[in-house]
Design a binder for this molecule. Structure first.
Ligand SMILES: [Zn+2]
Ligand SMILES: [Zn+2]
Length: 138
C-alpha cells in the first residue's frame, strides 16, 4: 500500500486514482502548489482538468489532509498538512514568495485544543513585507 493510500483510508475518503495523484504531487513538492501547478504535473498521466482538481482539493481540505492558503498574489496555494508544513512570506510589491520553514503556531494550537476541545485541522498564516530587492528601489 502506498503512503497516499494510507492517508485517504485514515480519513475514510475513497481512494481514487485522481486523489492519489494529487496527493503524491503535493507530497513530492518542496513548496506549496496552486491548482494550476498540480494540473501541469498530473494532466499528462490521467485525464484531469481544473474542476476535477478543485473538487478533489476541497474534499482533501475538508478532511484536514491538505492545507489551503489564499495568498496576497491572488492565488490559492495547497500543501500537505503535515508537521513540516510551511508558511509563506510574500513581498507586497513584487509578490516574491519566501517559504518559512517552521510553524510558529503549534503551541497556540495545542493550547486552543485544550481550552476549547476542538480538534484543529488547519490554519492560515501568511507574512507580508517588502523584499530586499524592492526595498533597494524605494
Ligand atoms: Zn519584492
Ligand atoms: Zn502552521
Amino acid at each position: 500500500m502506498t503512503k497516499e493510500d494510507n492517508i485517504l483510508k485514515a480519513v475514510n475518503l475513497k481512494t481514487t486514482k485522481k486523489r492519489m495523484m494529487i496527493l503524491s504531487v503535493l507530497n513530492n513538492s518542496d513548496s506549496p502548489l496552486t491548482s494550476e501547478d498540480i494540473l501541469d504535473q498530473t494532466s499528462k498521466e490521467v485525464n484531469m482538468n481544473l474542476s476535477t482538481i478543485y473538487r478533489a482539493l476541497n474534499a482533501l481540505t475538508e478532511k484536514g489532509i491538505v492545507l489551503k492558503q489564499p495568498s496576497n498574489d491572488g492565488k490559492t496555494y495547497y500543501q500537505i498538512n503535515n508537521r513540516e508544513h510551511k508558511h509563506q512570506l510574500v513581498c507586497s510589491l513584487c509578490n516574491k514568495v519566501v517559504l518559512v520553514n517552521c510553524c510558529p503556531l503549534k503551541k497556540i494550537e495545542n493550547d486552543l485544543c485544550k481550552e476549547t476541545g476542538f480538534t484543529i485541522t488547519s490554519h492560515n498564516l501568511e507574512f507580508t513585507g517588502i523584499c530586499p530587492e524592492c526595498a533597494k528601489k524605494l
